[in-house]
Design a protein around this ligand. Sequence first.
Ligand SMILES: NC(=O)c1ccc[n+]([C@@H]2O[C@H](COP(=O)([O-])OP(=O)(O)OC[C@H]3O[C@@H](n4cnc5c(N)ncnc54)[C@H](OP(=O)(O)O)[C@@H]3O)[C@@H](O)[C@H]2O)c1
Length: 343
Amino acid sequence: MAEMMKALLQRHEGYAETSSGSVLEAMEPYVELAEIERPQPGDGQVLLKVRLAAINPSDVMFIKGLYGQPRQKGQPAGFEGVGEVVAAGSGAEGLVGKRVAFATGRSGWGSWAEYAVADAAACIPVIDQVRDEDAAALIVNPLTALAMFDIVRQEGEKAFVLTAAASQLCKLMMGAARDAGFRPIAIVRRADQIDLLKKAGAAHVLDASAPDFGKQLVAVMREEKPRVFLDAVTGPLAGAIFAAMPKRARWIIYGRLDDSATSIPEPGQLIFMHKKVEGFWLTEWMRTTPPERKIEVVKEAQMRFADGRWATDVTAVVSIDEAIERVPGALAQPNGKVFIAPG
Ligand SMILES: NC(=O)c1ccc[n+]([C@@H]2O[C@H](COP(=O)([O-])OP(=O)(O)OC[C@H]3O[C@@H](n4cnc5c(N)ncnc54)[C@H](OP(=O)(O)O)[C@@H]3O)[C@@H](O)[C@H]2O)c1
């Protein structure tokens, strides 16, 4: 008889027709807890007993049908996690018995389940010093943080701007930037995050909800002359920041947390000040970056967690049985990540 497992299954196929925003108001409309047959790994794939699965904004956007790839009704959700390799298809046998950080993708078997299938190429064996909470969130945010910091380094200016700066990703990036002598300008929407982010590596922290935010923004742009603007928020806030930036500014959009319309307040700046608008997607970086650089980045991310320079802030670890009820409330808390524990 086939072995069964619990999983949080997607309830819809494809993309949503209208945007419902980046906030997860409830799980029920998008996923359901069910018992299904345990999957089998194909060639070059592994079967993982999931220890912890991350919940990232990309997972939320995905189950809502707002992400860059279509949903698959009846398949488990969840893009990353940590687990033990319990079986392997041909060519992947070397991973059996290892604890690995993994990203799901082409297989369609997500991490919000007791077992998941991943390509061996998307598995990173983790060293003992890395906690499960760090390993479960080792790929999506850490690799994006280091990949986008490469863009900042290449651009040359020490100062750069970040929105949604209290996100896990930005805290990691600011730590790496401070260690290398860079000067992050962090934009948040809560005054109580200012001290926290100065400790995390920000040279300046601006609260976008403060009445004098506009004045502070202009002053900091004059003083620091940042070139790169890494933006996960979009909307009117991002447009205003881009307009205040000096010539040759690059607005690099990598998230869409504010789903309201986004305009370029001064399009003439694209003509006369050589400003540019671009996008960044880790999936594309993975496809186009030389393997040697990817290996270096993965190694650096793991070492930073192992030696304590980085640590994932944890808001809650929720059991798979309680996920439907508890995840939206846990995600609404600021300053940390939420994980699903399937076991
Ligand atoms: N393009 C890529 O390849 C890629 C890869 C990885 C991550 N990302 C993106 O990076 C971003 C951060 O991810 P994460 O996992 O680090 O996030 P996270 O830890 O869950 O934190 C999310 C942050 O976004 C802020 N936020 C949410 N909605 C907002 C809004 N409407 N206006 C302003 N701020 C808002 C929150 O602010 P509060 O603290 O005030 O609640 C919080 O600090 C996400 O957009 C994610 O999709 C993109």
